[in-house]
Design a protein around this ligand. Sequence first.
Ligand code: FE
Ligand code: FE
Ligand code: FE
Length: 166
Amino acid sequence: MSKLVTVKDLLVQEIKDLFSAENQLTHALPKMAEGASDPELKKGFENHLKETEVQMERLEKVAELLDASPRGKACEAMKGLVKEGEEALKEDADPDLKDLALIIAAQKVEHYEIAGYGGARALAEAMQMNKVVELLQATLDEEGKTDQKLTEIASRILAGTKKSAD
Ligand code: FE
Ligand code: FE
Ligand code: FE
């Protein structure tokens, strides 16, 4: 690891981490979609895969604006979060409960991303790099909406499981 001297150095490092995180997700999300039973959840994972591909393109643009490469770092946290997603996929559980476990795993991912993008955006704001701020904000909005959507699906599934338990 090279020494960080400027805010820009730190921003580049964070962009590399996010790029690795998104890249790992492009491999995990198809498995999550396949493992989900609820059609809306399945579709949600598929849609977020497409968004994730665009998010990687945004990070490429951000890196270009910073005269850097987005590659060269592995996000260790996402490795762990993806592993937890795989645990949820392997769970021997009723379909509703498995879907709920997948949603919790996916929301842990979204919250990690929200923290990473929020931090990177703050650095870009301090550097007055408006285009970078705009690109990071676009992704931040998508991660936030995805998180909300997952909360809604979980509530609907939970309302159904409660009924069936009565
Ligand atoms: Fe993402
Ligand atoms: Fe990371
Ligand atoms: Fe996401």
